[in-house]
Write a protein that binds this ligand. Structure first.
Ligand code: F0G
Length: 350
């Protein structure tokens, strides 16, 4: 029988805080494709790979951290979990809590999460509560709730989330046989870039890789507190997943970028949309927020900051199907034709 990927806990057990008695709650997340991009390589003169995290069971990288957070919650005897979310964490928490038989409550900013993410969260059986405020406000409520009531917080302030998410860096190194020269990722609540840096650093200490990558993180220009140096009270961007004004892992993300010789920078919504369309034309449907990594690559390349031939990985954090609105809005209505092959051929210019 062909080998089936076992999920990140079994594949990377020796690197994770689990023991033989930890009940593993998995949907066989991870093992996502690392796809070379001819178009982006040609545009930048680099050797560009896209890590397609949309291929995870709930369509985003959150599953890597959630398998660990939920497994540890079960190990610790927790009966309920809570998170605040711009949509992907809630979809993932709902799915893994469902698998584990835990109660799951999610707090989302009212009217601000993509339809696909809401559908996932509901269908997996979570209690969805809309909070009158943005993500940062909802996270404050979730944190306080978890401090005062018997419910485990599964946002990325839960250290097990970061531990699980570092496996993306392991997979990249295992696939390339080395670390990339540059690692680009979108930044919202800033847990993911923190976790990737941790993964690379652990592989370096263990001697699996010789060199560390330079880490660049990209916030949306209207939601770029780390770039501007102060919280953004009313963050605004079309990339709703990263519409965050006061990231929980602010310091750790800044340190990851700085220690690696990189930076956290901003990309405009226009740059995000351009990157989104470019990536989609190459066969990978990623979220707007995910496209911030590619927008950042194009920005740095245009500024002449990347040497020719550098090996670059851009993380595409979530699946575009979660928010199809921009794909459809950009395309225009298809022509309506009679059921006649000749008419179809004429329309196609065949
Ligand atoms: N990309 C996507 C698709 C996301 O959903 C998120 C975060 C990020 C990037 C940023 O990652 O927060 O670790 O810096 N989404 C969270 C959520 C906030 O609630 O789903 P980060």
């Amino acid at each position: 029988m062909a080998h089936q990927w076992r999920g990140v806990i079994e594949e990377y057990r020796e690197h994770l805080p689990v023991s033989a008695s930890t009940p593993v709650v998995t949907l066989r997340e991870g093992g996502t494709p690392l796809v070379s991009s001819d178009v982006l390589s040609e545009a930048t003169g680099c050797s560009v790979f896209l890590k397609f995290e949309g291929a995870n069971p709930t369509g985003s990288f959150k599953d890597r951290g959630m398998t660990l957070a939920i497994s540890k919650a079960v190990e610790e005897g927790s009966k309920a979990v809570v998170c605040a979310s711009t949509g992907n964490t809630s979809a993932s928490a709902a799915a893994y809590a469902g698998k584990a038989g835990l109660t799951c409550a999610v707090l989302v900013p009212a009217g601000k999460i993509a339809a696909g993410k809401m559908a996932q969260t509901l269908v997996h059986g979570a209690r969805v509560l809309e909070i009158d405020g943005n993500f940062d406000v909802a996270l404050e409520v979730a944190r306080t709730l978890a401090e005062s009531y018997p419910v485990t917080l599964v946002n990325s302030v839960n250290p097990f989330r970061i531990q699980g998410q570092k496996t993306a860096a392991f997979e990249i190194c295992d696939a390339l046989g080395r670390a990339p020269d540059y690692h680009f990722t979108p930044v919202g609540n800033a847990g993911n870039i923190t976790s990737h840096w941790l993964g690379y650093a652990e592989y370096a200490v263990g001697g699996v890789i010789g060199e560390l990558p330079v880490m660049f993180g990209f916030q949306a220009a209207g939601a770029a507190p780390i770039v501007t140096g102060r919280p953004v009270p009313n963050p605004s961007t079309i990339a709703t997943a990263i519409r965050i004004g006061n990231p929980a892992s602010w310091e750790a993300a800044g340190k990851a970028a700085a220690d690696s010789g990189g930076e956290i920078l901003a990309v405009t919504d226009r740059e995000i949309l351009r990157a989104y369309r470019m990536v989609a034309r190459q066969g990978l449907f990623a979220e707007l927020a995910s496209s911030a990594s590619v927008a950042g690559l194009l920005q740095l390349s245009a500024a002449g900051r990347l040497e020719a031939g550098a090996v670059v990985v851009c993380v595409l954090t979530g699946h575009g199907l979660k928010e199809p609105d921009w794909a459809i809005a950009g395309a225009g209505a298809p022509p309506l034709l009679p059921a006649d092959p000749a008419a179809v051929a004429a329309e196609l210019g065949l």
